[in-house]
Every structure is written in C-alpha cells, then in structure tokens.
Design a protein around this ligand. Structure first.
Ligand code: ADP
Length: 422
C-alpha cells in the first residue's frame, strides 16, 4: 500500500476510490479505521471513509489523525486528505485544521489545497472556486443547510480556519506545466506559506499538479486532483506500475436483487424502466410501515415466493408530491428512517437467502444497508456509470455491491449493471 487516503464522507470516499482505480491503482475502501486483519497484499491505495465533514473540529482532527496513524503504520508513503469539491466547511473548519494536523503528522511544512474537479464543473481561478461557471458564494452552495459557502476566495476561507499561512499558485504557473508549478511551490514554501490553493481549470492542469506534487507527503483536495497522482507516482518510480481498471467483476455466485430507497429523479426513472421490463416488484409505502401492514417479515415472505431466476425490485421511490404528503404525516426524519430501517432489515436477511449481487439506490439508503450487512471493506471494481462502480465486499458476507447515489446512472441502470458481473 503506497497511498493512504482519508475522506470526510462516504460517497466522497467512493468517488475518490473510483478515480484512483480508473487511473490504475488497485484500491480498497473502508469505513473507519481498517481492521488489523485487512489483507494489504496487491493493494496500492486505501481510502478510509469518515463522517467528519460537519462534526466538531476536535473530533474531525482526532479521527483523521487516528486514520493517518493506521495508514502510516501500515506502510503508506503518501497521505491524501479528500474533501468536497465545493470545499464544504465553516469558518471553524474542518478542512484547515485537519490539513494542518495531518501536515504535522507527516512531518512536512508544505501541502496544497485543490478542490478543483473540472469534469464536474468545479474550477479554481485566481484562488476563487467556481461551481458550474458561477462563483461559489453565488452558487446554490450559498444556502447549504450545514456548510453555507459565502466566500468564493478559498485563500480567505482557509485563512479563517487555520493558523497556517495560506498561499496561492496561480493559473499562469499551472498552465505552464509541472516544472513551473514545482518552482511556484518552492517560492511559496520559501515565503512561509504552508498550504497553497492551486488554480486548475481542466484535467491537463490536474495532471500537471499531480506531477508537481509527487514528493509531497500530504496532498489535500477533491477527488479531481487525484487524477494526476497515480501516473506521477509510477513515473517517479514510487509505484511499480499501473493496473488497467477492471472491466468486469468476478462476483460470488448467487441471486441478484435491487433495493431502491431514493426518490431522486434518476432513480424513479430507473424504477420505471425496471417495472416496464417486468422485474418482480414490491413497493414500500412508508404509511404502511407506520400502520404495521408492511414489515421486514412481510417483505421477506413476498421475496421467498419469487422465482429464483428473476431479479426482484424492492422500492420506496415515489414522486415529490407523495413524499411530501408522507413527510407531513410522519415527519421527514421518521419517514426516512422507517424506510431505511426496513430496507436494512431486509438486506440483513439476504445472504442467508442466497443473494450475493446487490444493487442499492440512494446515498443514505446505501449507508444503512452496508452497515446492516456488517460490510466495512470494499474493493473497487468496474465503473457502471460515471461515479458508480461495482464493488466487492472484503469483510462480512461475500457480496457484489453497487451503491448508487440517487441521481446517478442512466435510465436502464438496473437492467444493464449485471452485464459487468461474471
Ligand atoms: P438520494 O441519494 O436520492 O438522496 P437517499 O437514500 O440518500 O437517496 O435519501 C432518500 C431518503 O428518503 C432516505 O432517508 C429514504 O429512507 C427516504 N425515503 C425513501 N422513500 C420514501 C418515501 N416514499 N417517502 C418518504 N421518504 C422516503
């Protein structure tokens, strides 16, 4: 294991894992500090998912340091601190304090902060972050419920979060390539800047930044800036070779199933496509959970009556009007939790029923289901659609899992994903 990554949330961890895998690193993702028995053979990178984006600063720092200790103890030569490409944080942190603490941990006094992800519409110019062409502070992030971003100048944002002197490497150097960026790093470091915001407008910039950052013990950023690192590490002789990303996943033999707890537009379309294709389906209405008409037991009873050769679809996905109705009657949180708990309860019983191929729609839903299954370690397999890989559990029951953020994937996602499994 060469590269140890600390991600401040679960879907961000998957996003980073997928990029590292696509760029040639054999990558494993874990939730929280990995177990001692995690097999590190044939692994180039580990991405550890925390849930530290909005927790109190001291906890974010101590959890991140605990992961860093584990990674460094287990051979990591480089650390990567992954946060959101919209730099989600408040004036108290957590990006600055965690970066500062990790920098001290690796014994360096210089790192970069680069949340740019041009392919996803995040670019940095003159230290200012743009979201789909709009300044961060004028984008919808301005009104984020937990981390409202009201300053687009990341130098100022970071200065408010840390005692470190924050510098900047501008577009003109970044565009000139890795040597110019490296020279700019040296100048900034000599001027006592310990964290520098780096401009980036396209993937070529990210690749140049990767080359220039090859000797930094700590890199911080969004998953975009990881694009350039794997090839740079190989070029510098730090990693032996890149491995082509997997095209197929060798999944355990067994039955397949779809659990959809997302009400996002993309998922609703995917549910409709699966219904049209004749998937045996069970619709979960939160009101019926509340009345006790739908229970884990009743869903399992239905499941057990389905032909073993078919792919069952269990879904709660509904249109916004119905969701609002239900939320008004049950409360937003209670409605959400009741569906999550029900699907998690069903998922818990899947391995003993011979299911070993599982597709889940919904971010929160995925978190609840993975936890219920007792799965903490995943290897990253082929990319089904942008941002969604097949994964294989490496702890808990042996299952091939695709965890789909609600709005990801093409309409035929539930139909086509299985073709990548062998
Ligand atoms: P997404 O990735 O689309 O945001 P999530 O799983 O993260 O999906 O969030 C969807 C939330 O909505 C979950 O808490 C889920 O339990 C809840 N939910 C699912 N179906 C319904 C429904 N029919 N009515 C109300 N809430 C629902």
């Amino acid at each position: 294991m060469f590269l140890g990554c600390i991600a401040d949330d679960l879907t961000g961890a998957t996003d980073l894992s997928l990029i590292l895998s696509r760029e040639g690193l054999r990558t494993v993702q874990t939730t929280g500090v990995p177990d001692e028995q995690l097999d590190l053979a044939n692994i180039d990178a580990i991405v550890v998912a925390l849930k530290s984006r909005t927790i109190p600063v001291d906890q974010a720092v101590s959890q991140s340091l605990a992961v860093a200790d584990w990674l460094l103890d287990h051979g990591a030569q480089r650390l990567f601190f992954k946060y959101c490409s919209t730099f989600d944080s408040t004036d108290r942190g957590n990006i600055g304090p965690v970066a500062e603490a990790l920098l001290a941990k690796v014994g360096n006094d210089f790192t970069i902060a680069c949340p740019a992800f041009p392919a996803n519409g995040r670019s940095i110019y003159m230290g200012n972050l743009f979201v789909n062409g709009i300044l961060l502070a004028e984008s919808p992030m301005r009104n984020h419920p937990l981390t409202p971003m009201r300053d687009s100048d990341l130098r100022r944002v970071l200065r408010r979060q840390t005692d470190c002197d924050v510098g900047h490497v501008a577009y003109v150097d970044v565009d000139s390539g890795a040597d110019a960026i490296r020279a700019a790093f040296a100048l900034q470091n000599a001027a006592n800047k310990h964290i520098v915001i780096v401009d980036a407008l396209n993937d070529a910039h990210l690749r140049s930044i990767g080359k220039a950052a090859v000797n930094l013990k700590l890199v911080t950023g969004g998953s975009g800036v990881a694009i350039g690192l794997p090839a740079a590490y190989v070029h510098a002789g730090l990693i032996e070779r890149l491995n082509p990303p997997p095209q197929k996943l060798s999944a355990p033999n067994g039955r397949a199933i779809v659990l959809a707890g997302s009400c996002s537009v993309a998922t609703r379309g995917q549910v409709q496509a699966a219904l049209a294709a004749g998937f045996p389906s069970f619709r979960i209405d939160p009101m019926e959970i509340a009345t006790g008409d739908i229970t884990v037991g009743s869903v399992l009873q239905w499941l057990d009556a389905q032909p073993k050769t078919r792919i069952p679809l269990i879904y709660s996905s509904d249109d916004p009007e119905n969701v609002e109705l239900v939320q008004n009657r049950l409360g937003r949180e209670a409605a959400g939790h009741s569906v999550e708990n029900l699907l998690a309860g069903v998922a818990r019983s899947l391995p003993e029923r011979g299911f070993s191929r599982l597709l889940v729609a919904g971010g929160e839903t995925s978190g609840a289901i993975v936890e219920a299954l007792g799965i903490r370690v995943l290897s990253i397999g082929p990319e089904i659609d942008p941002g969604v890989p097949w994964t294989l559990s490496r702890s808990g029951p042996k299952i091939a899992l695709a965890l789909k953020s609600g709005n990801f994937g093409t309409p035929d996602f539930f139909l086509k994903a299985w073709d990548m499994l062998t």
